[in-house]
Design a protein around this ligand. Structure first.
Ligand SMILES: *Cc1c(COP(=O)(O)O)cnc(C)c1O
Length: 315
């Protein structure tokens, strides 16, 4: 039997599932959009679902502080800072690199929500979790009780939130999609959806567009997190043959190329849909290679899109 995790309420659910008629006409196939960009909390997009579970866990463990890591353009870090404020928790964010020349809107919001911010001085994205662990140790030595949020909020418990999102989609579908498509970074979102896919009897394939890491590595991570989420929920393991991954790395993580920028413009100008070039526009670009009907899982990234328009760079 499915045991849903405790959640600290942040999101406005369910998010709408809407037909995109002009995007459908432009791509000559039926496209629906699952609007997690309208999640209703702090421009947070998909990250808000995971944060509901992680913040509940932090409160349950009687923590008084959250520690997160990422880059100056991180959607997770900015949503985490907001969630910490809502829950009355302190927030420390460890960001790779140094203070950027142009302040990304997500960095501006991290500060606006009252988070304390440290730059590692190391441009390597992969080194931030170590620095976050050290920041948590420093907090403990001062008598605080920090909760460390994993990179990308990607953990088994965090991913359970998207297994429940698969149930939410199943309850909204009035047609049988051939493919449901989402951008994949740390993998937690797709992992959770995959965990819920068979349990909630969703049709078609779940297509992930890998924007952050090479395909094989992304696949391993998605499957690992999906198994963890399924076991946390007490449901059967994921049906891996329902999963398909496409390469969306292009010029590299956060580096827009022509195809991505064109896809972002298409979404903006056909539907007024905000698609950032790091994540969502790459999922939009992938639609062309897939037969319909399609569901594009819009994972958010509004402030990244504002950053794109300002030329702030994803960093
Ligand atoms: C983080 C993020 C993703 C990727 O989600 P993961 O769970 O890290 O794979 C996709 N889109 C947006 C806008 C994001 O912020």
């Amino acid at each position: 039997m499915l045991t849903p995790p405790p959640r600290f309420p942040l999101a406005v659910l369910p998010t709408p599932l809407v037909l995109a008629p002009r995007l459908s006409a432009a791509l000559e196939r039926e496209v629906w959009i699952k609007r997690d960009d309208l999640i209703g909390f702090a421009f947070g997009g998909n990250k808000v679902r995971a944060l509901e579970v992680l913040v509940a866990e932090a409160l349950d463990e009687r923590c008084d502080h959250v520690v997160g890591c990422g880059g100056p353009a991180s959607n997770l870090c900015s949503a985490l800072a907001a969630a910490a404020a809502t829950a009355g928790l302190g927030c420390t964010l460890v960001l790779h690199g140094g203070e950027p020349g142009v302040t990304h809107p997500n960095l501006a919001m991290m500060r606006a929500f009252g988070a304390r911010i440290f730059f590692t001085g190391d441009p390597d994205r992969a080194s931030t979790p170590e620095h976050a662990a050290a920041a948590a140790d420093r907090l403990r030595s001062r008598g605080r009780h920090p909760y460390v949020v994993p990179r990308g909020a990607a953990s088994g418990p965090g991913a359970t939130a998207y297994a429940l999102a698969a149930q939410e989609l199943a309850s909204q579908l009035t047609f049988r999609p051939a493919h449901v498509v989402a951008a994949v970074g740390s993998g937690g979102t797709l992992a959770g959806l995959l965990a819920g896919w068979a349990t909630f009897d969703l049709p078609g394939t779940l297509v992930g567009v890998a924007v952050s890491r090479p395909l094989a590595e992304t696949r391993r991570e998605v499957i690992r997190l999906s198994c963890e989420a399924a076991s946390a929920l007490g449901i059967g393991g994921p049906e891996i043959d329902r999963l398909r991954l496409l390469d969306g790395l292009g010029a590299g993580f956060g580096r827009a190329d022509r195809t991505t920028s064109d896809a972002a413009r298409l979404a903006l100008r056909t539907e007024g849909i905000i698609a950032d070039t790091t994540y969502v526009a790459r999922a939009v670009a992938a639609l062309e290679s897939l037969g319909g009907p399609l569901v594009l899982w819009h994972t958010g990234g509004w402030l990244s899109c504002v950053g794109d328009a300002m030329g702030a760079g994803h960093g």
